[in-house]
Structure formats: structure tokens, C-alpha cells
Design a protein around this ligand. Structure first.
Ligand code: ZN
Length: 250
């Protein structure tokens, strides 16, 4: 594939230059394993680009990759996929070669992220926005990736809840079934503005799981945030240790 002089197309076609093909084959030093890998990759690429794969939970079957603007600019770090994988940014950018680049800025203007009571089911745009923000099921401790989740109304549709982006988040089917007003049910809400996890979806466990009924968010899909907070704490400890030693010095 890295040989620009290698002929492409049907190897049995009479219009193909046999001489050119034989020379290209003689130059090809790839191992049998590498050639099989490259052939499989070419086949899968054609299939993914064909547009015949239908849809999954309202989105076309395609790779959904999420990363930050700073990662895009520096071309470092990792991107997350909707199925729970991680991909180095360089590989993610390479995947976009030959794809239609679509840049979507979710600014609550122009894109239909607010459907109010006009529709019960979330739109494909809303689902993409939620995949970018939540990355997977939002119940604390659940590791179900975004592809295994449905869009959950924080205020149930039957109770007058709206299909607006602030009132929706991702939950896998088993977790979704745990949310109800009956005994032993979990409750969900958006974390208040002044709280540590402002804007994220908090889940309140029933009293038999947590007698204090402390609301919690899911950190499983946001390990980068946990790492950043741990580094911040370690840095603060180091600074306070240094101050302590300086003050204690004679
Ligand atoms: Zn879940």
C-alpha cells in the first residue's frame, strides 16, 4: 500500500499491466501476516465507507471518537470511542483521512438540542452531544460504554419531563431499570451549579445501599479528571510540605 507505482483495481482485469503488476509484487517485501492484515483493513474500510450498515440506537453505524480541542491542537494524548476504547490522537486523526470531517460545536444554538415536549425520543444530535459529554452509563461504578446505553430522561417523560439536552443523559438498560419512585429505587438529577460535579448527572442510591443517600457521579468514564485532581492534590501537598519545612527551619 505504500508503493505509489503499484497498480490498483481488479488483478484479473485484462486492462491491467501484467508487467507492472509483476514488478510491484517483486518489490513487495511485506510478510504474509502483514499482507493479510493490510487486506483485512482494506476490506473493513470499504465496508465502513459503503453506507449500508444501517443504524444502532438511532445513529449510523460508524466510529464515534471524542477528544478535546487542546488534544487536537497538540496532537498528543488519547481519544475515547463510543464503545469504551481508547485511541492515541495520532491514530484517531489517521482514521479521519478519507472520512468526511464534521466539526460540531454544541453551543445550544442552531442544532436542535432542545426538543421540549414535541418529541419523546432523543435526536441523533442529542445522542452525539451526550456521548461526547458522558462517554458511557452515568450510574456510579457502571462501566457500560456509550454504545450500550439509551438516552434517559432525568425527569421521566410520563411525569412531564422534556426532551432537552440538560434533562437527558446516558444510562445502560439494567441501570435505567433501577430508577423509579418506588421503594428501593434510585433517583437521578443534575448536580447543582455550586457543587464539585456541577452539571453532571448525580445518582442517589436507595437507603438500603447508602443510609445517608449521598448523590454521586460516575467517574469510570472520566479517569482523566480523577488523574488531574490527584495531581493537583499531590502538588498542593508538596507546596504545603515545603512551606512547613521553611517555617520550621532555624
Ligand atoms: Zn449502567
Amino acid at each position: 500500500p505504500d508503493d505509489p507505482d503499484s497498480p490498483t483495481g481488479d488483478a484479473d482485469s485484462p486492462s491491467l499491466d501484467r508487467d507492472q503488476l509483476a514488478k510491484a509484487a517483486a518489490r513487495d517485501t511485506r510478510t504474509a501476516g502483514q499482507r493479510n492484515h493490510d487486506a483485512l483493513k482494506t476490506g473493513l474500510r470499504h465496508l465502513l465507507g459503503s453506507g449500508v450498515l444501517g443504524s444502532h440506537r438511532g445513529l449510523p453505524v460508524t466510529a464515534i471518537v471524542t477528544f478535546g480541542l487542546d488534544q487536537l491542537e497538540s496532537e498528543t494524548g488519547v481519544a475515547t470511542t463510543a464503545s469504551g476504547g481508547i485511541v492515541p490522537i495520532r491514530d484517531a486523526l489517521a482514521m479521519f483521512e478519507g472520512a468526511h470531517p464534521v466539526l460540531v460545536l454544541f453551543d445550544h444554538h442552531g442544532r436542535p438540542l432542545h426538543l421540549g415536549r414535541s418529541k419523546r425520543l432523543a435526536s441523533a444530535d442529542q445522542r452525539l452531544a451526550l456521548i461526547a459529554a458522558s462517554r458511557g452509563c452515568t450510574r456510579p461504578g457502571c462501566d457500560a460504554p456509550a454504545t450500550m446505553t439509551a438516552v434517559h430522561h432525568l425527569k421521566e417523560w410520563n411525569d412531564g419531563g422534556a426532551t432537552d439536552i440538560e434533562s437527558l443523559d446516558l444510562a445502560c438498560d439494567p441501570c435505567h431499570a433501577l430508577v423509579h419512585d418506588g421503594p428501593g429505587g434510585w433517583q437521578t438529577r443534575t448536580a447543582p451549579r455550586d457543587s464539585e460535579n456541577a452539571g453532571r448527572t448525580e445518582w442517589t442510591p436507595p437507603a438500603h445501599i447508602d443510609p445517608d443517600r449521598q448523590p454521586r457521579v460516575n467517574h469510570r468514564h472520566h479517569l482523566d479528571e480523577l488523574l488531574a485532581r490527584a495531581l493537583e492534590r499531590a502538588q498542593a501537598r508538596k507546596v504545603s510540605d515545603l512551606r512547613h519545612r521553611r517555617d520550621a527551619a532555624p
